[in-house]
Design a binder for this molecule. Structure first.
Ligand SMILES: *Cc1c(COP(=O)(O)O)cnc(C)c1O
Length: 405
């Protein structure tokens, strides 16, 4: 991978030496004029692709009225978006922040506060799972538990017990008198598009009910249509008490939200939490416009339809190139290809085909086209993948011959 030292920006990213200046739907146009098929969507953010007319109109209209007022006052725009999110989900209450990590940070605070408001202040620990990703703040890093992200940053925030992925016995073993909640992504995104089995999620729901724990779903990546349902919990039939959203929620405008039942949120009284920017009118205009489109009749049905087309075509590619692709994973338009070789190699070959994708854990390449992707664009993406795989398969063949000779 080509990585560049970018001037005065903190060098925390291994950036590709490529910049874009505009986008149209599922396409990105680079500064050199090249057109790229965007199967990353800003990592599951640009749900309506780039330059969607309805989003442009909404945000432009709001920009000439009011951007920001602070949460010292009522923000009618945020009350409306909250009402729509609650009408479309299990939740009664919403808090708006600016990112996924903030939404998860509040989910953690809320669960602890719930236990304390229930007279069980000794319960503050959370059970989380290997390979999880919940954000980059100190608490959400502790929740994710990944050593490579925690090292060198001082004492790890106390109170997270990590168990093996989908291991019910291990979960029961760590569950104790201090456990407050269980945190899980219904489909692990960064961890490699690992779909959590429904029966495991159902078992977690039962455990939570039996022991007075809260079930927290991190739907920062899976939420807002990505899996073909508005929220992933709706496809697995297990309802959480608290849910974090962000990425796609405002179609590219920074916005996060923590949704909860009134019961789960009962400790979050006046003064217990806040955010300067959270839920400002500009962000709300973007979120409202995004919901107009995603909640419109037939939108999610179409997502499900194109995702089936994509999956069928990808299954053929996987069969054709067993030395390149080991496994196909995911739901809806959250798709993972587990690579045989290094996942970065496939990402690079795809970029050479002018198609951008993103690597995840477990040696997986994620395909995250915008939800508005057309069947023709899906077919085009698969043709590019076919060419990239053909080149890698040939290289494998040559390596084998070389090794044998
Ligand atoms: C991206 C992501 C986050 C963190 O979101 P940020 O907006 O980067 O803070 C948290 N959880 C999941 C599941 C994510 O995919």
């Amino acid at each position: 991978m080509t990585s560049v030292r970018t001037s005065h920006l903190l060098p925390t990213y291994a950036r590709v030496d490529l910049a874009f200046e505009r986008g149209e739907g599922a396409w990105l146009i680079a500064t050199d004029g090249e057109r790229y098929l965007d199967f990353t969507s800003g990592v599951a953010v640009n749900a309506l692709g780039h330059a969607h007319p309805h989003l442009i109109k909404a945000i432009t209209a709001q920009a000439s009225k009011l951007w920001h007022v602070s949460n010292l006052y009522r923000i009618p725009e945020s009350e409306r978006v909250a009402e729509r999110l609650c009408a479309a989900s299990f939740a009664d209450l919403v808090f708006f922040g600016n990112s996924g990590a903030e939404a998860m940070e509040l989910a953690i605070k809320m669960a602890r506060k719930y236990q304390s408001a229930s007279g069980r202040g000794e319960r503050y620990r959370m059970i989380t799972f290997d390979g999880a990703f919940h954000g980059r703040t100190l608490a959400t890093l502790a929740a994710g538990g990944q050593k490579k992200y925690l090292e060198g940053f001082g004492p790890v925030v106390e109170g997270f017990d990590q168990v093996a992925f989908a291991d019910l016995e291990a979960t029961k073993r760590v569950l104790g008198p201090e456990t407050a909640a269980i945190i899980i992504e219904p489909i692990m995104g960064e961890g490699g598009v690992r779909v959590v089995p429904n029966e495991f999620l159902r078992a977690l729901r039962r455990l939570c009910d039996e022991h007075g724990l809260l079930l927290i779903f991190d739907e920062v990546q899976t939420g807002v249509g990505r899996t073909g349902e508005l929220f992933a919990y709706q496809r697995c039939g297990v309802t959480p008490d608290i849910m974090a959203l962000a990425k796609a929620l405002a179609g590219g405008f920074p916005l996060g939200a923590c949704l909860a039942t009134a019961e789960a949120a009962k400790g979050m009284t006046t003064g217990t939490h806040g955010s300067t920017f959270g839920g400002n009118p500009l962000a709300m205009a973007a979120a409202g416009a995004l919901l107009d489109v995603v909640l419109a009749d037939g939108f999610l049905e179409r997502v499900r339809k194109v995702s089936i087309v994509l999956k069928q075509k990808l299954a053929e590619i996987k069969d054709r190139y067993p030395t390149v692709i080991a496994e196909l994973r995911g739901e809806g338009l959250l798709v993972g290809l587990r690579a045989v070789g290094p996942s970065g190699e496939l990402v690079d070959e795809l970029r050479a085909e002018k198609m951008i994708t993103v690597a995840a854990g477990d040696n997986v390449v994620r395909l995250l086209p915008p939800l508005i992707v057309s069947e023709e664009e899906i077919a085009e993406g698969v043709r590019r993948l076919d060419r990239a795989c053909a080149r890698l398969a040939k290289a494998r063949e040559r390596e084998k011959v070389g090794a044998a000779g």
